[in-house]
Design a binder for this molecule. Sequence first.
Ligand code: CO8
Length: 257
Amino acid sequence: MSYQTILVEQRGAVTLVTLNRPQALNALNSQVLSELLEAMAAFDKDPTQGCAVITGSEKAFAAGADIKEMQAQGFADMYGHDFFAGWDAFTRTRKPVIAAVAGYALGGGCELAMMCDFILAADSAKFGQPEIKLAVSPGMGGSQRLARAVGKAKAMEMCLTGRMIDAAEAERAGLVARIVPAAELVEDAVETAATIAGMAPLAVLASKEMVNAAFETNLAQGVQFERRLFHALFGTADQKEGMAAFVEKRPGAWSGK
Ligand code: CO8
């Protein structure tokens, strides 16, 4: 498959997607959305692939939704076409997706990073929701996901002032899983993704689903959902293999069944 705004490469069981609109600091336009959705659907369907990494350039993960594409749109265009609702499909990717962020992750860029399952940040990363400065607001889930990730006070301050936070502040606030030296970001992310891709596939899907349930349910429902999925994993061949491999002191060989 050939794309114009992204590069897609398979490294073993890891799909590495690089946003590639350097002239616009990887601003997310409709073409990036449709290409990314196509790449993620192909990744999700491919039994040889276990985890994806989405990254940008050294300067920008993505500097937001494409302001030039939105500039002339009116309410009827935006509401009538439910502009950017397509991004919801991205979050339905069943296999894990890691955001590897260097440089700017602003507006829609920060929102895309937060749609991934976790963020690895280069020490150069900067996160922000600066839409208020354009007289608009987050529109790809940023107000909701940021508030859940960093709490009301910081999310509110960031959305109301447009202030950017650096990698250290983002890590302290719980927005990113880990900070990595910029030069090692992509390799580290691919290695982390390979670790995940090396786990039993059904346990990976179930683990992602249950952590996500924490944001959609109350505690009792979430705990119940986790327990049922945990029980279900005892119906898999890989559970037998995983526990036998532990007892026999050897690595597990997964069938994905
Ligand atoms: N959209 C379009 N083009 C952009 C964007 C963008 N978001 N960001 C940068 N560019 C372009 C610039 O216009 C410039 O192009 P040109 O060379 O043709 O003038 C090129 O990229 C390089 O940018 P700069 O010269 O500005 O680079 P600097 O290093 O001076 O500055 C910044 C880097 C600080 C990142 C600066 O580019 C900037 O502030 N960018 C905009 C950040 C922003 O406001 N992002 C939020 C956008 S709105 C948004 O994301 C809404 C999401 C929800 C939408 C959902 C709708 C339903």
